[in-house]
Design a protein around this ligand. Structure first.
Ligand SMILES: Cc1cc2nc3c(=O)[nH]c(=O)nc-3n(C[C@H](O)[C@H](O)[C@H](O)COP(=O)(O)O)c2cc1C
Ligand SMILES: Nc1ncnc2c1ncn2[C@@H]1O[C@H](COP(=O)(O)OP(=O)(O)OP(=O)(O)O)[C@@H](O)[C@H]1O
Length: 143
């Protein structure tokens, strides 16, 4: 029985922190499917620069990722109902409330656990493992 894990995020400019999250998520099961957030649903921070199809394609190229899909425009639980995963892996700082997600999964009759991945700090002085900080540095140096 294949144990399916879902990970999700914006993945605007990919960096080793994303790779860490996705590799850790992949290790929680047999197959990893990544839901790439649509611009309309990124309302807790700046909108992504890159189009969703581009963000999906880059994430999908990672070894740890079996499939990357575009998220639903309106209801974030539509892909969850369709995929019916065994695990939803939340990122270490993702703004979602684990209990609220578990409650919604139960309400929809989806038998799935919610896990939290860990954070990856910089392994070298110059590493910046945040899309926002990468963009800040670009603006600082090229703005
Ligand atoms: C269980 C789950 C399902 C999600 N499904 C979708 C979706 O269908 N469409 C979408 O645009 N975003 C989806 N998202 C992503 C959220 O929209 C949110 O923007 C994303 O978690 C942003 O995380 P980040 O700030 O770490 O990039 C989902 C997130 C979770 C936790
Ligand atoms: N340094 C990191 N270590 C572990 N996970 C990370 C790291 N950076 C991002 N992630 C995870 O990757 C997923 C996608 O994150 P997102 O696309 O928001 O990138 P981000 O670099 O966190 O963006 P921003 O810096 O703009 O918030 C989230 O689950 C997030 O927790």
């Amino acid at each position: 029985m294949t144990r399916t894990v879902i990970a999700q995020g914006t993945f605007d400019i990919l960096h080793p922190g994303h790779v860490h999250y996705l590799e850790e998520s992949a290790a929680m099961g047999d197959e990893l499917i990544v839901i790439v957030a649509r611009k309309a649903n990124v309302d807790h921070k700046e909108k992504p620069i890159c189009p969703a199809t581009q963000r999906r394609d880059v994430v999908g190229a990672l070894e740890a990722v079996d499939e990357a899909i575009l998220g639903h425009e309106e209801d974030i639980f539509v892909p969850i109902e369709e995929i019916d995963p065994d695990v939803i892996a939340l990122g270490h700082d993702q703004h979602h409330d684990d209990d609220a997600i578990e409650a919604e999964l139960e309400r929809r009759g989806i038998d799935c656990t919610v896990e939290r991945a860990s954070s990856r700090g910089p392994s070298a002085e110059a590493e910046i493992l945040s899309t926002r900080l990468i963009i800040d540095r670009i603006l600082e140096r090229r703005g």
